[in-house]
Structures are given as C-alpha cells and as structure tokens.
Design a protein around this ligand. Structure first.
Ligand SMILES: [Zn+2]
Length: 273
C-alpha cells in the first residue's frame, strides 16, 4: 500500500533528466506514489514510458490548455493519437485539460486580459473534445483551471446532462472560493491542493471545506515546492509536507489524513493494487 499519493506531478519535465531514477527511488523509499501528467501527445507518451518502468508511477494523458498550436484557429486535440495511448493500463485519467485565461499562451508576462477570443474558443473546443474522450473511455478527468471557473463549470454542467456519472474527476491545484468548490463537488469532481498551502493561508478555507472523501494531495512538481523546500525544484516525495499541512488545517491526525488521501486517490482514479 502507498503511504502517500501525489496525484499530480510531471516527471517527464527536463528538470529531471539528470536524476529521474533517483527521484523515483526516493519516492519508493518513502512510500510515495504519483500520477505523472502529460501536457500534450508527445509528453503523454513519455509519461507512459516512465510509468511502465515503475510500480509507483501512474499517468494522465491529455492536452494542457496552453499546449495548443500557435495558430489559435486550428483545433489540436489529436483523438486518434490519444486513443492509442488511453488503452494502456497505467493511464488512469484524461488531462491535464481545461481552460487557462490566466496568462498569454506564448508569453507568461502578458496579462490575462490580452488573451484573445480566438484563443478562448480554441481552448474550449479542445476541452470539450477531451471531455467527450474521457466519457468515451470511462476515465476521470484531471482539470487545469485558471481564471476560468465560470466557463469550465458551464461546459461541465452541459456535458453532465449528456454523460451523467461518467463525467467525473478532479480539479487540480484548486485555488477557488468555497462556493466554486461546491459546484465542482456537485458535478462529481474532487479537489486537490499543492505545497502552496504550506506558505499561504488563502486556501485554508477551501481545504477545510473539502469533504474528507473528496480531497486529494499533490505536488505539481517540479513547480511550487512546499516549505522547507520552497524555491527549490519540487519532487513527489515532498507531498509529505502537503499532507501534514492538510491534516493540521483540518484538525485531524496526519495518520488519518494519509489514509484518507491514499484511499481517495485509489478510488477516484480506479487504481487496483
Ligand atoms: Zn500540472
């Protein structure tokens, strides 16, 4: 049994090219399992290769909203390509996908209000295609949402009428209000939190609000390392700090929190050991 489940990391990133095997060995030592997430077709293939070699690594495959084409008028989710990957037993979710109005696709320094309508339309089309794809293959979704909860929830609510229980998953790196959180929960989506909760109090309410069976732990490694690693490269082993902080915020023991988080990950992503 895993001790910890980091349900969102990116082990394919070049940040790990020099020591990927050591990073995964450290995870095994500490009983840390992860879902390592692809952001386009190529990196999804790479994630499957990594997952194949390690019993504690699973993967999610999909197209990140910022991994579309430079020409925003073309639609890019390659269903044929992903259909070849989704049948792999280590693929447990579709994503990360969703909408990101938080920064310009090509330049993170360009503020969100300069995101064009054409880019939004392209993002929505790719997101809807991935919802249909997830329903077709009966997989949970790994959602990436930034400054776009309203549009994401509208799309999910409309698709829920078609797919019912089949449409489900997790809102990764959740940073919304409890009101928004409730809307995801109503649609059958859990929420997960990163190491940001170890150095910012802004999401304590959202952590407290999440039901114990609909909350998950993640690192989003190599990004946002928790205290005491803040500013360093992150890695899935550091999920331990996220879990400790979650337990503290929820006012329960770390042991109980750990057990819940592992059970939730296994249940929501239908992982049988
Ligand atoms: Zn991610």
């Amino acid at each position: 049994m895993p001790e910890f489940f980091d349900i969102h990391s990116h082990l394919h990133f070049p940040d790990y090219d020099k020591d990927r095997e050591e990073v995964i060995a450290r995870m095994l030592e500490r009983g840390v399992w992860t879902i390592s997430v692809g952001v386009n077709l190529e990196t999804s293939k790479k994630e499957i290769e990594i997952a194949e070699k390690h019993k504690n690594v699973y993967t999610a495959i999909g197209l990140h909203p910022h991994d579309g084409p430079d020409d925003v008028s073309t639609q890019t989710f390659n269903e044929e390509g992903f259909a070849k990957l989704v049948v792999h037993p280590k693929v447990v979710a579709i994503g990360e996908c969703g909408l990101d109005y938080g920064r310009s696709k090509n330049d993170p320094n360009i503020p969100s209000d300069t995101i064009t309508e054409a880019d939004k339309i392209r993002q929505k089309k790719d997101f809807e295609k991935q919802i249909d794809f997830a329903a077709k293959y009966d997989k949970p979704m790994m959602l990436h949402v930034r400054n776009a909860h309203e549009d994401v929830l509208d799309i999910l609510a409309a698709k829920k009428k078609i797919y019912g229980e089949k449409l489900r998953g997790n809102a990764h790196f959740f940073t919304g209000t409890t009101e928004i959180e409730q809307k995801y929960l109503n649609l059958g989506f859990s929420v997960s939190f990163t190491g940001v909760i170890t150095f910012v109090k802004a999401y304590d309410e959202a952590v407290k609000y999440a039901p114990l069976d609909m909350i998950m732990s993640e690192t989003d490694a190599p990004f946002v390392a928790p205290i005491p690693h803040r500013g360093e490269r992150n890695e899935p082993s550091y999920v331990e700090q996220v879990v400790e902080k979650m337990a503290q915020i929820k006012g329960i023991s770390t042991e109980e929190m750990k057990k819940n988080l592992v059970n939730n990950a296994l249940k929501i992503f239908r992982i049988s050991l």
